[in-house]
Each structure stands twice: as C-alpha cells, then as structure tokens.
Design a protein around this ligand. Sequence first.
Ligand SMILES: NC(=O)c1ccc[n+]([C@@H]2O[C@H](COP(=O)([O-])OP(=O)(O)OC[C@H]3O[C@@H](n4cnc5c(N)ncnc54)[C@H](OP(=O)(O)O)[C@@H]3O)[C@@H](O)[C@H]2O)c1
Length: 355
Amino acid sequence: MSLLITGATGFIGRHLCTRLTTDQHTVLALLRDPDRQLPRLREQVEALGGDGKRIHALYGDLDQPGLGIDTPPADITAIIHLGARFAWQLDRDSARRTNVAGSLAVAELAARLGCRLVFISGFMLENHEHLQRLGIHTHAPAQTRWEDVYRRAGGYEASKLEAAFAVRALAESRGLELVEVQPATVAGHSQSGDLDPTQPLYSLMDNLARGRLALIPGTPDHWLPLVAVDHLAALITRAATTEQPPTRLLALDPQTPPLHELLARLAPPLGRKAPRRFIPIGLLSALLRLPGLPRLMNTWPEALHFIQPTRFDTRISEDFAAAQGLVAPPMARVIHASAHCYANQGHIRAQPRPA
Ligand SMILES: NC(=O)c1ccc[n+]([C@@H]2O[C@H](COP(=O)([O-])OP(=O)(O)OC[C@H]3O[C@@H](n4cnc5c(N)ncnc54)[C@H](OP(=O)(O)O)[C@@H]3O)[C@@H](O)[C@H]2O)c1
C-alpha cells in the first residue's frame, strides 16, 4: 500500500515510518524541505530497524493554501495526518493556521484523492466533561465560541480540538472515509525507551531528575494516561491499512498508573526520591501565572489539563488491537525503558518546543 504521511519527521512519525516500512508499505512523506529532511528521515528509520528505501518525499507545507502541492500524488490508499505545531504558549493565529487550516487542507486532499484519512487528534476529545468546561458544544460544534476555548485551553490544545470537529464536519459533508486516532501522552519505545527531548513525558522526567518537581500535581486519583510509541505506531498502521477499522480509536493504556505512582516508578532510575505531597491543580495553575515561574519550573499551566482524574472506555480500540493480533506492551516495562533511556543519555535537557 502507498501511504501519504504528514509529520513523518516528528517523534511519532519516525516510529510510524519504521512500522510501515517494516510491514512492506511504501511511504510518501510530505516534507517542507525534502532535500534536507528525506536523507535524515531515511537514516533515522534505518536506525530504528525500518526500511528507509521505502520512504519517498513530496514537497508540502501545512501553512500554505492547498498545502503548496502542485500535482496531487497518484495511487495513495490513505493519508495519515500527524503534522502539527505542538508547543505550549502557541499563539492563536499560528496554531489555527497550521493545526486547523492545515488539517482541513489535508482532509480536502484526501477527499479529492478518494482515499481514507487517518487523522491523529488526542485523547482529551473523549473527556466530555473537560470539553464542556472549555465551552465546546459537542453536539452542535458550530455554536462553539472558539475564541473562549483558545483563552481557556491555550493555542495547542484548542487548535487540536477545533481541528477534530472541523475535520469530522468536512468528512461528513464530503463523504470522506475518516478514522480518528486519539493518542494519550506518548511514552518511549517499549524496548529501547527512545523518547524525544521535546515530548511532554520527557519534560516530566527532566523536571523530576533536576529536582523541579517537589509536589505531585492533583490528587491520588489524577493520572497522565500514556501509550507506548511503538504500540501507537502499530495501531495507526492498522487503522490505515485494514479494511473497515473503527471510526475512532482511543490509543490509551488503561494500565497507566496514577501520577504519584508513575513518579515513584520513574524516580529511582533518575537517581531521585519521588515527591509524596500533593498540590491542587488549581493552585498550581494560579502559581504558574506568576511571570517567570513557568520557565523556571519548565511547566506551563496549559500542560496541566492533560493530568486529570477521568477514566476512559478503551474497549473499542482494545478489541480492534486484539483482532489485529496487537498486544500492548506492559506499561511497567514502557515506564522503566523510558526512564532508563533518559538516564543513559546523561540527562539531556528537555527541549522547549519552538512556539
Ligand atoms: N506526542 C504526544 O504526546 C501526542 C499526544 C496526542 C496527540 N499527538 C499528536 O500527534 C501528532 C504528532 O505528534 P509528535 O509528538 O510526533 O509531534 P512532533 O514531534 O512535534 O512532530 C511534528 C511534525 O509536524 C510537522 N510539521 C509542523 N509544522 C508543519 C508544517 N507547517 N508543514 C508540514 N509539516 C509540519 C513537523 O515537521 P518538521 O520536521 O518540518 O518541523 C514534524 O514532522 C500531532 O498532531 C500531535 O498533536 C501527540
């Protein structure tokens, strides 16, 4: 099968290209700078055990009208849309341009090509109370005052939510085959622990290792749901290549421990003691509004939304994974591998994402 992928050079994208090429699929990566990015991507995929020769490039930019593509590619069976600006403190216009308008342009392309669109949204789309608190009318999204949602959620999360509702509406009106994969926060590879320094879980480990996490955000019930990057890549692969997958796949491991336990498991390999006392999320958010504190603590108030007490129904994606012969790696091993990989790299500082 020939698959067009946006965001192939990102953390999930590289692992997805590895899975797809290992499964003998051909990948056409939409890249902003193909001459520079394609050789590097091929090298990275080879290093991860995939087949770099099966990856080809197409120039394209989510920020340009029609993605800046002159001639649409032929023989594409599915588009996997991972590309996004993923950063805290993202301004509304940039977030909307890349994440909302860019997603709609990708969906338009899929409709023109008559192929399936696998759209990567996020697990918070299944936290209905949270969506209501943000002011989203889930049954009548057109009535949502998105400027309020951007104010409450920040540019990244708001634009991902707006994009999901906009893409669903476009798919409905154009008869587009849409599969939405909704990942939890992505953890490292279940064997190697590989995790980019720009990933939120990496920042959490970095904060713990550098003694910036003296208190546990939330209550004993709060958690940061995780999914191993290799399991996510396998799920996305099947979502793109299997006949009639479910229309929504929540990629979240319900075995993820509560945050206090996650920190207790991460701390020993990082040579630290885990914090034991809790701080209410509301109080922490208020403190993080003090100028300079977020940078000092390497924590932004909008990142705290993803730490919450809601539990999710994952039966549809678990049944799909089981039918596909996919077994989620034990979360204890994923956490262990991620922490050891961080520690073995000599504590490379978490890299703030450019907004
Ligand atoms: N990581 C998580 O915990 C998580 C959880 C839930 C959902 N997601 C979603 O999963 C997707 C991938 O996440 P990730 O962690 O792999 O992100 P990432 O490492 O930041 O990668 C982002 C990708 O998007 C591309 N991109 C950004 N702006 C672009 C533009 N204007 N035109 C074309 N490509 C552009 C980047 O390309 P360049 O290399 O050219 O910059 C890169 O390949 C995102 O949609 C994110 O919202 C991630």
